[in-house]
Write a protein that binds this ligand. Sequence first.
Ligand code: AP5
Ligand code: MG
Length: 192
Amino acid sequence: MLNLVLFGPPGAGKGTQSEKLILKYNLVHLSTGDLLRSQIAAGTELGLRAKQLMDQGLLVPDEVVIGMIENKLQENQSAAGFIFDGFPRTVPQAEALDQLLAQHNTQITTMVALVVDDEELTRRLLLRGQTSGRPDDQNEELIRRRVKEYNDKTAPVAGYYNQQGKFAAIDGIGNIETIFDHICAEIQQASN
Ligand code: AP5
Ligand code: MG
């Protein structure tokens, strides 16, 4: 089984690269951001509560996203593997994911981090905000808050996987196909 964590700050290209990776490796895409946005679109109570935090660029509580991932693992028991996009975002989420995967007799293969500087992240997200309608892409201050939340709470997750010998960082700036090839090379190495 191939279980990949695709890591990086807001706008690093996790969703863009996930779309290509799921096709090549036949993986199930688990993006907690997408799952939360579909709860918002459906008008559920969970969605309403999450929206208040997401619109401010803040993380939603660990138990909410862990519960969503638990359900998805349960629903996709015959999957060839998973790509985790935007999860885990805190060390407690990473610990919970290890436990959940162990219950399914599997584990994380590797984490690949996309490295992109703050200036480029802001440029990409403001550009997307012109057409996406995502409330959290609308202004520079909100984007800065998302990046700060990432630096404070999420960046330590890289160390968690590094300690397990499951971490690779790659340059996330430049041609989308070239970045994809580099991610595939890391997957190849981690699968040997
Ligand atoms: P989430 O939906 O995960 O958003 P994010 O991580 O903040 O960032 P994005 O999805 O915007 O970026 P991305 O890395 O996927 O980049 P993309 O490929 O889209 O989370 C949203 C919110 O939900 C959080 O703030 C939080 O509130 C909540 N949440 C989610 N998960 C949570 C969790 N686990 N715990 C707690 N809360 C959680 O690319 C961005 C743009 O750049 C696109 O327009 C794309 O076309 C462009 N682009 C991509 N690659 C390139 C390239 N190489 N060159 C130029 N442009 C590029
Ligand atoms: Mg995304």
